[in-house]
Ligand binder design. Structure first.
Ligand SMILES: Nc1ncnc2c1ncn2[C@@H]1O[C@H](COP(=O)(O)OP(=O)(O)OP(=O)(O)O)[C@@H](O)[C@H]1O
Ligand SMILES: [Mg+2]
Length: 353
C-alpha cells in the first residue's frame, strides 16, 4: 500500500500539543514531509522557540507512525524553532543581519575544533537554518579543505559605496577563511595585528545577510584573535571542544576561563567531548576509551557548564575531512551525534537570559 501525505497527516492528527490542546497538524507544526519506501521524514517547526514539548512531541509522533505502519518504518523528525536574535541590533551595527554568533574554541590544539565547527555548521544548514562559518585560524586555516573549497575565490561587491566581500558557499554554508585570500605560507609570517585585522575584515567587511547562526572556528589556545572576536562583535556564546585526556582538560579549563574573564564575559554554551571512544568496525559492540572515559562530562559538572555531547573516534571523520567531505553528510553515526549536539546547543542558546 502506498502511503500518502494525507495518510501521514491523518495519523499525526492524533498527536496533541499538551498545552495548546490541538494536534501538531492543526497547529501547522508539520513541514517538509517526505515519504519514501519505509521511511518518513518531516520537520516539526515550533514558532515558540522554547516550547517545552519539543522532544516529547517528536517521540510521540514517531510512536504514532510506527504503531500505524510497523516498527520497521524509519521516521526522521527534524526539530526546528524560530531563531531568536541574540545579537541585539544596537550592539552590532557591523553585523546587523546576524542573529547569533557562536565561537568554537578549545584550550589545546588538534582536539577537533575545526571538525566540530564544520560539521556543526553543516548540521545546522541541513536542519534548514541560514548558516555562516568564519575560519579565524589565520595561521592554519582548515575550513577551505574540510569544506571542499580550497580553490574558491570570494568576489567583491559594492554595498552603499563600500567594497564588501561575498562569502563562498558550499554544503549550504556561507564561509570565509584567510585561506581564500593568501597562500598558506604567506600568512604565517604576518604579525599579530595584521592577522587580527584580516580576521576583523572577514566579520565586518563581508556580506553576512540573513544569518541565523554564524560559527567562528577559533585557533587553539588563547590568542589575539579571541580578543579581537570578543571586542569586535557581540558573541552569543562559546562552545568548547576537548578530548577526555587530562592534558586536554587542563587546557579546556583555561579556554572556559578565558570567556569568563573580567573583561570578556561570553556565556559558555557547552562542552563537547571529541574522540570520546573508539569502536573498531569488526567489533561494533566494543568501546575503547583511548583518551579516558567521560573526562569532559565530569569537567562540565565540576565547572557548572552545560555538556553538549560526545563524538567517538571514527576513521572516516579524519579521511572525509581530508577529502573535503563533512562527515555528517556521509556517516549516520556522525550525523546522529551532531544532531543531538545541535539540538542541545539551540536549547542552550535559547536559555541565555
Ligand atoms: N572524532 C574524530 N575521529 C577521527 N578523527 C578526528 C575526530 N575529530 C578530529 N579528527 C581528526 O583530528 C585532526 C585534528 O582535528 P581538527 O583539525 O578538527 O582539530 P583542531 O582543534 O581544529 O586543530 P587546530 O588546533 O590545529 O586548529 C584532523 O585530522 C581531524 O580529521
Ligand atoms: Mg582548527
Amino acid at each position: 500500500m502506498d502511503i500518502t501525505d494525507r495518510d501521514v497527516l491523518g495519523v499525526l492528527q492524533a498527536v496533541l500539543h499538551p498545552e495548546k490542546k490541538k494536534s501538531i497538524v492543526d497547529l501547522g507544526l508539520v513541514k517538509d514531509l517526505v515519504i519514501q519506501p519505509n521511511r518518513i521524514t518531516f520537520t516539526l517547526y515550533f514558532k515558540v522557540f522554547n516550547d517545552p514539548f519539543k522532544k516529547s512531541l517528536k517521540q510521540r509522533a514517531i510512536a504514532a507512525l510506527q504503531q500505524e505502519y510497523g516498527k520497521d518504518l524509519e521516521v526522521d523528525v527534524n526539530i526546528m524553532a524560530d531563531v531568536v536574535p541574540r545579537v541585539k541590533k544596537e550592539d552590532a551595527p557591523v553585523l546587523p543581519n546576524v542573529k547569533n554568533i557562536i565561537a568554537v574554541a578549545s584550550g589545546k590544539g588538534g582536539v577537533g575544533k575545526s571538525t566540530v565547527a564544520v560539521n556543526l555548521a553543516v548540521t545546522f544548514a541541513q536542519k534548514g537554518y541560514n548558516v555562516g562559518l568564519i575560519d579565524a585560524d589565520i595561521f592554519g586555516p582548515s575550513v577551505p579543505m574540510m569544506m571542499n573549497s580550497k580553490d574558491a575565490k570570494p568576489y567583491g561587491e559594492k554595498r552603499n559605496g563600500k567594497d564588501m566581500i561575498v562569502p563562498v558557499t558550499n554544503y549550504g554554508v556561507k564561509m570565509l577563511s584567510i585561506g581564500f585570500f593568501v597562500e598558506a605560507e604567506s600568512a604565517v609570517i604576518w604579525r599579530g595585528p595584521m592577522a587580527s585585522n584580516a580576521f576583523k575584515q572577514m566579520m565586518t567587511d563581508a556580506i553576512w545577510d540573513d544569518i541565523d547562526y554564524l560559527f567562528v572556528d577559533l585557533p587553539p589556545g588563547t590568542s589575539d584573535i579571541h580578543i579581537t572576536l570578543t571586542q569586535s562583535v557581540p558573541v552569543t556564546g562559546a562552545v568548547v571542544v576537548s578530548t577526555p585526556q587530562n592534558v586536554a582538560l587542563a587546557d579546556a579549563i583555561k579556554g572556559i576561563k578565558m570567556f569568563q574573564g573580567e573583561k570578556t564575559t561570553v556565556p559558555i554554551l557547552g562542552l563537547i567531548e571529541n574522540m570520546a571512544w573508539f569502536t573498531p568496525a569488526e567489533l561494533p559492540e566494543n568501546k575503547y576509551y583511548i583518551f579516558g572515559k567521560e573526562g569532559c562530562k565530569k569537567l562540565a559538572e565540576e565547572m557548572k557548564v552545560p555538556f553538549l555531547g560526545q563524538i567517538p573516534i571514527i576513521q572516516s571523520i579524519c579521511e572525509n575531512a581530508d577529502e573535503g567531505k563533512p562527515s555528517v553528510l556521509f556517516n549516520n553515526m556522525v550525523m546522529d551525534a551532531f544532531i543531538k549536539i545541535a539540538d542541545e546547543l539551540v536549547e542552550n542558546i535559547n536559555k541565555i537570559e
